[in-house]
Write a protein that binds this ligand. Structure first.
Ligand code: SF4
Length: 494
């Protein structure tokens, strides 16, 4: 698709002015970002410009760019077509109107969508890794190719969290740190696998929507809950089959007979002594060091977290089950005449309750959310009065999408948005070597609201004027709301 914003030189190179790098591009070559090329003296955005069609059912999968479909010639059966910013191009400097400002009529209402591939120096990804294995200490540096690209942040329920990218790694370190950070963000945002190494921790391969691979081993289960929660869920199913259960967990290890769940079931004390710090009855913190063993601890022998049994309470033959929060690790013991636990084969009656824990675990996945700040100069491509766009977004008059996918806008100042990268077509993100990420962004609103906020009205063109040239029609994912639907319908879809 020719964009025509280029200056020719004597040796037939053309100068791209779509970003601050201002590449000179030889005939037949592409610029530094691989997004723009010199085709017969014209500046061309080399990837197809993606339109979404809500009439094609694709089963909610990631939509691949590979093997573009034939354009059926019926470009614009309104309102079933949505113009995304993927492949739309970028304008620079920002005061120029966005590359496409497209109007269409939806249910008798004139709407407009402003689309641009925004350049984000202020961006990163938040990564959620479903595993109870310890990946590294909080605030530890995360590296790719030895370069710092982010850090470990506070863990969530059953997941380890990483914060990668951000303006400091992109611009505040060495040139190589900026380049590697940019590559890492681009790969993760485009659904590719990246190997991350954590200082003082482990190596993990992360890919959006796929199981994490920790030290070469694919994670399969996300824990059912912490040790205390696991007892709360399964206490009744263990009752009568065993005298004591310890659910080993790095954060909160549970002891059934002491726990409120055991008390309610009338379970007698067993004289079991836990190491670590007792929080509340049946709930213990810091029973071991974090690691990749039982329940996200560093232990491979669960007996190491037990002290000696109290001889006034315990008795020979007492039956003890120790299990992890995923059911991945489990062992059965009986006390001998010296009140020492002796491991025995798991009795048949306990096989199903242990399997029930595993059955209740959800599949472990890696989740990647792109986060970017669109509250800066990018707004000038939408309106001459940028703060009005910010207010319009906050007032829900303007609906923001990223490649047609719904975004979460942070409350407070600016337009800081997050998007689940698996809800976009693959390879929707790009980069420029400043270094910065390029992310598609669409602002959809009523045409009258656009006029009100000082929009570039002279540049509005009807959807029906767009041709099939250089464009690719993809189906809208079924789990994404239709961006042109009335707000109440988008919310109910949500
Ligand atoms: S990096 Fe890409 S967008 Fe920037 S000037 Fe070069 S070709 Fe154009």
């Amino acid at each position: 698709m020719s964009l025509g914003e280029a200056t020719a030189t004597a040796d037939d190179k053309i100068r791209c002015d779509a970003c601050p790098v201002m590449c000179f591009i030889k005939p037949g070559a592409v610029g530094a970002c691989d997004r723009y090329g010199n085709v017969d003296g014209n500046l061309v955005r080399v990837d197809p410009h993606v339109m979404l069609d809500r009439t094609i059912d694709q089963g909610g999968e990631l939509v691949s760019f590979a093997g573009p479909r034939e354009w059926d010639g019926d470009i614009l059966h309104q309102p079933g077509t949505f113009v995304t910013a993927i492949g739309a191009g970028t304008t620079y400097p920002d005061y120029k109107p966005a590359p496409f400002i497209v109007s269409s009529e939806v249910d008798g209402v004139d709407m407009v969508t402003v689309v641009t591939e925004g350049i984000f120096s202020y961006c990163g990804v938040k990564v959620k890794i479903d595993t109870d294995r310890f990946l590294g200490p909080e605030t530890a540096i995360v590296r790719v190719e030895g370069e710092a690209v982010g850090h470990v942040t506070s863990g969530e329920y059953g997941s380890q969290m990483l914060s990668l990218g951000g303006v400091h790694h992109l611009t505040g370190g060495s040139k190589k740190e900026g380049r590697v950070t940019c590559d890492t963000l681009l790969s993760l945002s485009n659904g590719k696998a990246v190997e991350l190494t954590i200082d003082g921790g482990e190596t993990v391969v992360v890919q959006a929507g796929k199981p994490p691979i920790v030290n070469g081993v694919e994670e399969s289960r996300m824990r059912v809950g912490c040790g205390s929660a696991t007892i709360g869920i399964f206490a009744k199913q263990w009752h009568g089959k065993v005298d004591e259960v310890v659910v080993v967990d790095d954060h909160i290890t549970g002891v059934l007979s002491e726990h409120q769940a055991g008390k309610l079931l009338g379970m007698p004390a067993t004289g079991l002594k836990m190491k670590g710090r007792r929080s509340t009855p049946g709930r213990y913190f810091q029973v071991a060091q974090p690691g990749t063993g039982w329940g996200g601890t560093n232990i491979s022998d669960p007996l190491t977290i037990l002290g000696p049994f109290d001889p006034k309470v315990a008795y020979p033959g007492l039956r003890l089950l120790m299990v992890s929060t995923t059911g991945e690790h489990a062992a059965y013991y009986e006390l001998d005449e010296n009140l020492v636990p002796v491991e025995m084969q798991m009795p048949e009656r306990l096989v199903e309750p242990v399997e029930r824990i595993a059955e209740n675990c959800e599949p472990a996945l890696s989740t990647v959310l792109f986060i970017g700040g669109a509250g800066g100069s990018l707004r000038a491509g939408v309106t001459e009065n940028p703060v009005r766009l910010t207010r319009s977004v906050k007032d829900a008059l303007t609906y923001v999408t990223c490649g047609g996918a719904p975004v979460y806008i942070w409350p407070g100042g600016g337009i800081t948005f997050m998007v689940d990268v698996t809800r976009l077509p693959e390879n929707a993100f790009g980069y420029v070597p400043t270094p910065a990420l390029v992310a598609p962004l669409e602002f959809t609103m009523k045409l009258s609201d656009y006029q009100e906020l000082g929009g570039h009205m002279d540049y509005v063109r009807p959807l029906s004027e767009l041709t099939a040239d250089g464009r690719l029609k993809l189906p809208q994912r079924l789990d994404n709301p239709w961006p042109l639907a009335p707000e109440r319908m988008r919310r109910s879809h949500g």
